[in-house]
Design a protein around this ligand. Structure first.
Ligand SMILES: *[C@@H]1O[C@H](CO)[C@@H](O)[C@H](O)[C@H]1NC(C)=O
Ligand SMILES: *[C@@H]1O[C@H](CO)[C@@H](O)[C@H](O)[C@H]1NC(C)=O
Length: 587
C-alpha cells in the first residue's frame, strides 16, 4: 500500500474511533487502572512499575515485601520494621503515575509501603479554610471533599488520579502565575512525616511540622527520600466559579504572547501544535459572582476509551513510523485535533453538551479530570489510554520549566528547528500538542527557582528500545536545548534520564535539602540508586549502552549510542550546535 492511502484510511478510521469513544462516554462502566505492585501471595517476592508499565530504563524493580498501612500507627510500624531489618524502602502511591523510578527501593530486598489505604480525609477547618488529608488521598477525592465544605483547592494537576503524597513528592502543579502560583506544595501549611529513628526511639518516629517550621520547605517537595508523609494540611479558598474559552491563533506570535498571557488570565495555559503552526490559548479566569453555569471539564484524553479504538490508533502510529511517513502523522493529528477542538476537549456547559464558549462552572468541576478512573470492571472493553494491559498509547514525556525571561528565545529556537524540518514535530500533535503551563518560584528547596513556563512534550515511544523514532533528532535537540542551553528544570515526576543530567547543580538550596535529609534519614533507608544519582550523591543518571540515546538514557557521544544499522548516527544539532543527537544520515 502507498503511504498516502495508509494515512487516509488511518485518519478516517481514527476519526471514527474517536467519535465512538466520545459517544461511549455515556456508558457506566470502565476498567480502573490496576495496582502497580505485584507480589506472591503473602505480599512477598514483589515487583513494581509505573502506571505506564515501563520505567525509563525498562528495568523490572524487584523487592521483598509490600505493606499497605491503613493508619498512621500502622505506617510507623511498617517503617520501624524495615529499619530494624536494615531494608531499604520507598513509598508507592495507589497508581504510581511518576515515570522515573521514584517508587523503586534500593537493592532487591527492599520494602514498598503503599499509601493506597491511607486515603482518609482527616478534617476540614472551615473558619481557617484548611483541610487535612492522609497522603494517599487521590486528588479527585480531595477536590470533592473540599467542595462538600464549600471550599476549593486553588490550583491542581490536570489529571485527577494522582495522590497528595505523589503530588508533593514530585512538585506537581497546575497552571498559574498569580498569587503563589500553581504548585500544590505552595499551599501546604502543615505535614506529618514518618522517618527512621534510633532503636531507643523505636526505629521510627512521626515528625509534625506546622507552617512556621523551616523543614517544611524540604518536606513539601521531597522525592520520597525523607520518609513517608502521613498527613498534609492544605490552605484552601471559598469555592468559586471559572469561565473558560479556548481561542485558536497562529503560532507566529507565540514566543512573545506566551510570556504575557500568564498574567492576563489566572488559569491560563496554551496547547501548542508546532507542526500545524497553531496554538490554543486557554482564557480561563474566575467568573464574576453573578455568572451562572454548571460547566464540567471531563478532558477527553483522560476519559475511558474503547480499547479497540486505542489499538487502531496505535497501529496507525506504528505503521506511519515503519513506513517513514511523518507527513501522515501531521494529517492524522489534524483530523484528531480538529475533532477534539470541535468537542471543546471535553468541556460541556451543563455536564452533557457543549453549546459554546465561555464555559462557566464551579472550580471543583473544572480544575481536573480523570474519567477513566471509575471503579467498575468492564473486562477491558474500555480503559485509560496508556493502560499497559491493552495495546494503547506508549510514549516518552519530556517535561521541563524554562524561566520566564528565557521563554521567548526558547520558543523561537524551537520554531527555527521546525522551519528546517517542517514535519519533524507532528509526532507531538498525536498527543494533544505541547502543553504550556505557568508555574512560580517556590520556597520549597526542590521547587521552581524562578517563575516560568512548564513545557509538557509527549511523543511516540517504540515498544522496541532499539528502534529509532521518525525525526529522532528533533526532540532530542529540543530536550538538550531546554536542559543545557536554557537551564530548564526537569519535572521530577516525568522525563527520561537525559533530562536529569546535572540537575542537582541547578538548585540553589540543594545543600539545605540534603541537610534535612541527613537529619531525617542519615542512613539513607529511603534512598535508592536513582535518587542518589539525581541528587548528586552518587553516580549519574546517564546509562551508556548501545542505543542508549534512543530511549533518552544518555546523550549520544558515539554512533553506537544511536542506531547505526538503521542509518541513525550521532551528529550535532541543527539550531543548537552543541547538542548531540541521533540523526538519520542518507548515503
Ligand atoms: C519470585 O518470583 C519470581 C517470578 O516473578 C520467581 O521466578 C521466583 O522463583 C520467586 N522467588 C521466590 C523465592 O519465591
Ligand atoms: C480552626 O482554625 C482556627 C484558626 O487557625 C483555630 O483557632 C481553631 O482552633 C481551628 N479549629 C479546629 C477545630 O481545629
Amino acid at each position: 500500500m502507498e503511504p498516502g492511502s495508509i494515512l487516509t484510511a488511518g485518519a478516517q478510521a481514527l476519526a471514527r474511533a474517536l467519535l465512538a469513544a466520545l459517544l461511549f462516554a455515556a456508558a457506566a462502566r470502565s476498567s480502573p487502572p490496576e495496582s502497580p505492585i505485584k507480589c506472591d501471595s503473602g505480599n512477598s517476592n514483589c515487583t513494581i512499575t509505573n502506571s505506564y508499565g515501563a520505567y525509563p530504563d525498562r528495568s523490572t524493580c524487584r523487592f521483598a515485601r509490600a505493606v499497605f498501612p491503613a493508619t498512621e500507627a500502622e505506617l510507623v510500624a511498617a517503617v520501624a520494621a524495615a529499619v530494624r531489618e536494615g531494608r531499604k524502602m520507598k513509598a508507592a502511591t495507589r497508581y504510581a503515575h511518576s515515570i522515573p523510578k521514584l517508587s523503586c527501593p534500593g537493592g532487591d530486598e527492599g520494602v514498598v509501603i503503599s499509601t493506597r489505604e491511607l486515603n482518609h480525609i482527616v478534617g476540614v477547618n472551615s473558619s481557617a479554610m484548611e483541610m487535612t488529608v492522609e497522603s494517599g488521598v487521590v486528588l479527585r477525592d480531595l477536590i470533592k471533599a473540599a467542595a462538600g465544605s464549600g471550599l476549593a483547592l486553588l490550583y491542581a494537576p490536570y489529571w485527577a488520579g494522582v495522590t497528595v503524597g505523589g503530588i508533593l513528592g514530585t512538585g506537581a502543579h497546575g497552571s498559574s502565575l498569580w498569587g503563589k502560583g500553581s504548585a500544590v506544595h505552595d499551599y501546604v501549611v502543615g505535614a506529618r512525616i514518618v522517618t527512621p529513628a534510633s532503636p531507643a526511639e523505636g526505629y521510627a518516629v512521626v515528625r509534625s511540622l506546622d507552617a512556621g517550621n523551616p523543614d517544611l520547605d524540604a518536606v513539601k517537595v521531597s522525592l520520597g527520600v525523607l520518609g513517608i508523609i502521613s498527613q498534609v494540611t492544605l490552605k484552601l479558598q471559598p469555592l468559586f466559579s471559572r469561565s473558560v474559552t479556548y481561542v485558536k491563533r497562529s503560532d507566529a506570535g507565540l514566543a512573545a504572547a506566551a510570556v504575557t498571557f500568564g498574567s492576563q488570565y489566572e488559569f491560563a495555559d496554551i496547547k501548542w501544535f508546532p507542526g500545524s503552526r497553531q496554538a490554543f490559548f486557554r482564557q480561563d479566569s474566575r467568573a464574576s459572582s453573578n455568572a451562572l453555569g454548571n460547566g464540567l471539564y471531563d478532558y477527553i484524553g483522560f476519559r475511558r476509551t474503547i480499547t479497540a479504538g486505542l489499538a487502531l490508533e496505535r497501529t496507525t502510529e506504528e505503521t506511519l513510523e515503519a513506513v517513514g511517513d511523518a507527513g501522515g502523522k501531521c494529517t492524522v493529528a489534524q483530523q484528531i485535533n480538529g475533532a477534539l477542538s470541535v468537542a471543546a476537549y471535553g468541556l460541556t456547559n451543563d455536564g452533557v453538551l457543549f453549546t459554546g464558549y465561555p464555559v462557566v462552572g464551579s472550580q471543583h468541576r473544572m480544575q481536573t479530570s480523570g474519567g477513566c478512573l471509575k471503579e467498575a470492571d468492564d473486562g477491558l472493553l474500555t480503559a485509560c489510554a496508556w493502560d499497559p494491559r491493552v495495546k494503547g498509547k506508549f510514549y516518552h514525556q519530556t517535561t521541563f520549566t524554562v524561566a520566564l525571561p528565557k521563554v521567548r528565545d526558547f520558543i523561537a529556537d524551537v520554531q527555527k528547528l521546525r522551519e528546517l524540518q517542517p514535519n519533524g514535530l507532528c509526532t507531538v500533535e498525536l498527543y494533544d500538542g505541547i502543553l504550556l503551563r505557568y508555574v512560580r518560584a517556590s520556597t520549597a528547596f526542590l521547587g521552581k527557582e524562578e517563575d516560568g513556563i512548564d513545557f509538557d512534550v509527549t511523543y511516540y515511544r517504540s515498544r522496541d528500545p532499539l528502534t529509532p523514532r521518525l525525526y529522532e533528532d528533533v526532540l532530542e535537540e529540543i530536550e538538550q536545548m531546554a536542559v543545557f542551553k536554557y537551564g530548564a528544570l526537569p519535572h521530577w515526576g516525568k522525563n527520561r534520564n537525559a533530562a536529569f543530567a546535572g540537575v542537582n547543580a541547578k538548585y540553589a538550596k540543594m545543600g539545605e535539602f540534603l541537610a534535612v535529609k541527613g537529619r531525617y534519614d542519615p542512613q539513607g533507608f529511603f534512598s535508592s540508586e536513582w535518587t542518589d544519582q539525581i541528587l548528586g550523591i552518587a553516580g549519574s543518571p546517564k546509562i551508556e549502552t548501545d542505543g542508549c540515546a534512543l530511549e533518552g538514557l544518555c546523550v549520544c557521544s558515539d554512533d553506537r549510542h544511536c542506531a547505526p544499522a538503521n542509518g541513525y548516527l550521532c551528529r550535532p544539532g541543527k539550531v543548537y550546535k552543541e547538542a548531540r543527537v541521533c540523526t538519520r544520515v542518507n548515503n
